[in-house]
Design a protein around this ligand. Structure first.
Ligand SMILES: [Mn+2]
Length: 447
């Protein structure tokens, strides 16, 4: 038992020393303390007091350093207590370490301190995030390229939280806010460019699963402060100085709600509206398998805080322009289903787009119309381009792997969503080719 206690006292001493060393290099606005190395911290056995020993590099005024420590003591005391989450922070007393022959040992001490600092840095990323946000005055917030509802909802939610905390916040999204998400609070303040040479204390990336999804035009790393990654994707390319990753969260919006509760960040109706939008968007209205009981609990809390489900649903799902719906009618009229009901084909031509005043973006997601038929296992949408090329997009159900089919024709994608391009072919010829390939794929999958 005594041995255990000793070990605990020793461990607390080591942590105190690492934390104090970090504070001295980063946060104390007193130049006298910039030249000091903490050599040891020895807590009393009951952990009520701790003696902090220091040495200064040659030629420094020791008296001035003593006075500086006296002045900084309450601050240091408070900060180490917060950082280490001790029930009682030992009362700190500072002494010059005269046992050390200055110069000979300082190097090895610095090495030791560096090692301990790394231990402290491994602390929970959530705690480090709280600390970084607490210290920062200017924060850059951004999300992935081609932003969706979770990306913009979490971007604006985080921006709003930080503004409520009095931070000067910049929301950056070079691709702009999609039309249907412009109802969100703060959407009009999102910047699609940054002033040259602008510098931030902290940067936060939301919903960015890998570095190649980062937006263009971010400041150089020395100008953006530490980079915090807040994300819910399971796998990712390794980047960011602090990574808060929770793969169980249905959306970054859900994760941010939990962080607000854990870190006591402010939540109000505007934040709630943004986070609720994130969740509805990334769960496909609470339909996907990522939806949990907790997702619904968070959504309920957000509605209590002022999120308006009907406003969100109207914006996300009932805001198509007239020309898109007219195009939908024309595309549906092209529907062909194989005799066994397993393959559906849809098509669109430049004339159809022109007649409705639509663009090819208006065709997004129409391939799903084929897949949503009960018997259909593979759906394809063939889009004839003015150049004569034919772009084909696929959707499939379950095990049917359309990525492998697309790959045979030089295309690619995921198992249930893929695409390819055909050349030197009529739309009819392409339809026959694709229908045959889809039938073969289904036969291979069944066999
Ligand atoms: Mn997401």
């Amino acid at each position: 038992m005594v041995k255990e206690d000793n070990r605990r006292v020793g461990r607390v001493g080591g942590l105190l020393r690492a934390e104090l060393s970090q504070l001295l290099t980063r946060q104390v606005n007193n130049p006298s303390l910039g030249w000091v190395t903490i050599t040891a911290v020895t807590p009393s056995p009951d952990l009520r007091h701790a003696r902090v020993f220091w040495v200064a590099s040659g030629g420094r005024d020791k008296r001035q350093i003593s006075l500086a420590f006296e002045k900084a003591a309450p601050f240091l005391q408070r900060e180490v207590g917060k950082a280490l989450r001790l029930k009682h922070t030992p009362k700190l007393a500072f002494f010059e370490d005269k046992s050390i022959d200055n110069g000979t040992l300082v190097d090895s001490l610095l090495h030791e301190v560096e090692t301990e600092r790394k231990v402290v840095e491994k602390r929970k990323p959530e705690e480090r995030l709280a600390q970084l946000v607490g210290e920062a005055k200017t924060v850059l917030v951004f999300t992935h390229r081609n932003p969706d509802g979770d990306a913009i909802g979490s971007l604006l939610g985080m921006t709003c939280i930080l503004s409520r905390m009095g931070k000067k916040t910049t929301a950056y999204c070079p691709d702009g806010v999609p039309r249907i998400l412009q109802y969100l609070p703060g959407a009009s303040e999102v910047q699609d460019s940054l002033e040259p040479h602008v510098v931030f204390d902290l940067s936060i990336a939301l919903d960015v699963a890998a570095p190649d999804l980062l937006p263009k035009g971010l400041p150089e790393s020395q100008d953006r402060g530490p980079l915090v990654v807040i994300d819910h994707h399971g796998t990712y390319g390794d980047f960011g100085d602090v990574v808060v990753r929770r793969a169980a969260a249905s959306a970054v919006g859900e994760l941010l709600y939990d962080l607000c509760r854990e870190l006591l960040w402010p939540l109000d109706a505007s934040v709630a509206m943004c986070l609720y939008t994130s969740i509805v968007s990334d769960t496909g209205s609470f339909r996907y398998s990522s939806t949990t009981a907790h997702t619904h609990e968070v959504a309920a809390e957000l509605v209590k805080l002022g999120a308006q489900p009907w406003t969100v649903a109207t914006a996300l799902f009932e805001s198509f322009p007239v020309h898109r719906q007219k195009l939908l009618g024309m595309v549906l009229a092209t529907l062909w289903v194989s005799d066994d009901g397993k393959v559906a084909l849809l098509s669109a031509t430049p004339e159809m787009l022109q007649q409705c005043g639509a663009t090819k973006e208006d065709l997004d997601s129409m391939v799903n119309l084929g897949r949503s038929i009960d018997t259909v296992e593979v759906s394809a949408l063939l889009r004839l381009e003015p150049s004569g090329e034919i772009k084909v997009s696929f959707r499939s159900k379950g095990k049917v792997d359309v990525a492998s089919l697309a790959a045979k024709f030089g295309g690619g994608g995921h198992r249930n969503a893929a695409g390819l391009t055909l050349r030197d072919m009529t739309l009819d010829g392409a339809g026959t080719l694709i229908a045959t390939a889809c039938r073969e794929l289904i036969a291979e999958t069944d066999g």
